[in-house]
Design a binder for this molecule. Structure first.
Ligand code: ISE
Length: 337
C-alpha cells in the first residue's frame, strides 16, 4: 500500500518535496496539496497524477485519503497544524521550526508524550547528508578520540528581503545548533552571538555576518559563522577537532576540471536544495519507510525541535544584548519523555 501524503505549504521547500515524493521516493505518493495561495496549490497539484487540492490545512490533515503529512507551511502556523496531526494520529514531517517559540514547542512535545506514540519528525535534513553521516560515524567510532571543538561556517549567497537579524539565528544558525547536538550528543547550555562588522552589501539594518559561540553541557565549544548575503555561493562547512585528530566536511570540492588553457576549477553550489538534495531525498525516504513500518520517526524528533528552539531563543536575546545567555530548557522527564 502506498502511503498517501498531504503536503501543506508548497512554496520553495514544499514544492520541492512534492516533486521528490512523486518522482524519487518509493512507497508514497502525494494525495493532497494545500497552500494559502490557492493558485499555487492548483499549479503544484496539476503536476501530480491523482492529487487533489484541499483549501483548509486542518481539513487536509483530517482527510480520509491522507495517511501522513509533510508540513512546509510558514512557522507561525505549525503549532495548530502539529496539534491537529496529533489529534488525528497522523505522522508528520515538519520543516523547521517546530513552532516559533519555546513555550509552544514544549507544549507540542508534551502533547505528543501524553499520546505515548511518536508522530513528529523535524526536518533537520543535514543529519541525512552523506558527509554529516560519515562525520558522525567517524566520531562515534572513537578513532578521533573525544571531540573538543567544532568550527562551523554557514554561508548563503542571498536571502529573502523579509529576513531580519533574528531570523539569521532562528532560520540559519538553527542548523548549526542541531548539528552540534547531533555530532556531540549533548545539549547546548549557553550561547553568545557576536556582531562583527557587517557587509556593506547587506540590506540596511541586517546584522550580517553573525558569529555565535555555543557551549555544551560538558564544556565543549562550537563556533559558527553565519553569513547570509555573501553574493557568492551556498557553503556549509563543519570541522570537528578532537583529542586524536580532526575532520572536516563541506569543502565542496566535487568535480575539478582543467579545460581551456588557464582554466581550472569547479562549480559553486547555488542554494541549499542543490547542496542538500541527497539529504532531503534520504530524509523523506527513511521517514516514509518508518511510517510504513509503524515507527513513524527516523531522525530528529519533537524534542530536537524544542531544544533547537530553546537555544535559538537564547541566541536572539544574546544578539540583542551582546551578552552570554544561558539556555532555559526543561528536562526530558518533566516533558513526559
Ligand atoms: C533556510 O531556511 C534553510 O533552512 C537553509 O538550509 C539555510 O542554509 C538558510 O540559511 C535558511 O534560510
Amino acid at each position: 500500500m502506498e502511503l498517501r501524503i498531504a503536503v501543506l505549504g508548497v512554496g520553495l521547500m514544499g514544492a520541492d518535496h512534492v516533486e521528490r515524493i512523486t518522482r524519487r521516493i518509493s512507497g508514497a505518493r502525494v494525495s493532497v496539496v494545500n497552500d494559502y495561495v490557492a493558485e499555487k496549490a492548483e499549479a503544484v497539484a496539476a503536476t501530480v497524477p491523482g492529487a487533489r487540492v484541499v483549501g483548509d490545512p486542518l481539513d487536509a490533515i483530517a482527510a480520509d485519503d491522507v495517511d501522513a503529512v509533510v508540513l512546509a507551511t510558514p512557522g507561525p502556523t505549525h503549532e495548530k497544524q502539529l496539534l491537529a496531526c496529533l489529534e488525528y494520529g497522523k505522522p508528520v514531517l515538519c520543516e523547521k521550526p517546530l513552532t516559533t517559540d519555546v513555550s509552544t514547542a514544549l507544549e507540542v512535545v508534551k502533547r505528543e508524550a501524553e499520546l505515548g506514540r511518536r508522530l513528529i519528525q523535524v526536518g533537520f535534513m543535514r543529519r541525512f547528508d552523506q558527509e554529516y553521516e560519515a562525520l558522525k560515524a567517524l566520531i562515534d567510532s572513537g578513532e578521533l578520540g573525544r571531540p573538543l571543538l567544532v568550527h562551523c561556517a554557514h554561508r548563503n549567497p542571498a536571502v529573502h528581503s523579509h529576513f531580519d537579524s533574528a531570523m539569521i539565528v532562528k532560520d540559519s544558525l538553527v542548523h548549526e545548533v542541531d548539528v552540534a547536538r547531533f555530532l556531540l550528543a549533548e545539549e547546548i547550555v549557553a550561547i553568545t552571538v557576536h556582531r562583527p562588522a557587517t557587509t556593506s552589501y547587506a540590506p540596511a539594518g541586517l546584522q550580517d555576518p553573525q558569529f555565535a559561540l555555543l557551549e555544551t553541557a560538558s564544556g565543549r565549544l562550537v563556533d559558527a559563522e553565519v553569513f547570509v548575503t555573501t553574493g557568492i555561493a551556498y557553503e556549509v562547512r563543519t570541522e570537528v577537532v578532537a583529542e586524536r585528530g580532526s575532520a572536516m566536511i563541506g569543502l565542496g570540492v566535487g568535480l575539478v576540471r582543467k579545460s581551456a588553457p588557464g582554466i581550472w576549477g569547479g562549480q559553486v553550489t547555488p542554494d541549499f536544495r542543490a547542496r542538500f538534495g541527497q539529504a532531503y531525498d534520504t530524509e523523506i525516504q527513511r521517514w516514509v519507510d518508518a511510517v510504513q513500518a509503524g515507527t513513524n520517526v527516523d531522525g530528529p524528533d519533537a524534542w530536537d525541535g524544542y531544544a533547537a528552539a530553546a537555544v535559538c531563543a537564547a541566541g536572539v536575546v544574546s544578539l540583542e544584548s551582546g551578552q552570554r545567555v544561558e539556555v532555559e530548557m526543561v528536562t526530558r522527564e518533566s516533558a513526559g519523555l
